[in-house]
Design a binder for this molecule. Structure first.
Ligand SMILES: [Zn+2]
Length: 53
């Protein structure tokens, strides 16, 4: 899976944090970010910004 904050892959053995993001329309969305604070991707921060991570 891809980290929604830094856009880097999250390995199976890495700690991750699940973020549920309910949407008013349609099914909710679940994204994952590294449990440890990682650097947001310099360019594609749209997701991170949207999810407040
Ligand atoms: Zn990350």
């Amino acid at each position: 899976m891809i980290c929604a904050r830094c856009s880097q892959p999250i390995r199976r053995d890495e700690e991750r944090k699940q973020i549920d993001h309910p949407r008013p329309t349609g099914p909710g969305l679940t994204v994952y970010v590294h449990a440890e604070r990682c650097q947001p991707a310099p360019q594609q921060t749209t997701q991170a910004r949207r999810f407040g991570v």
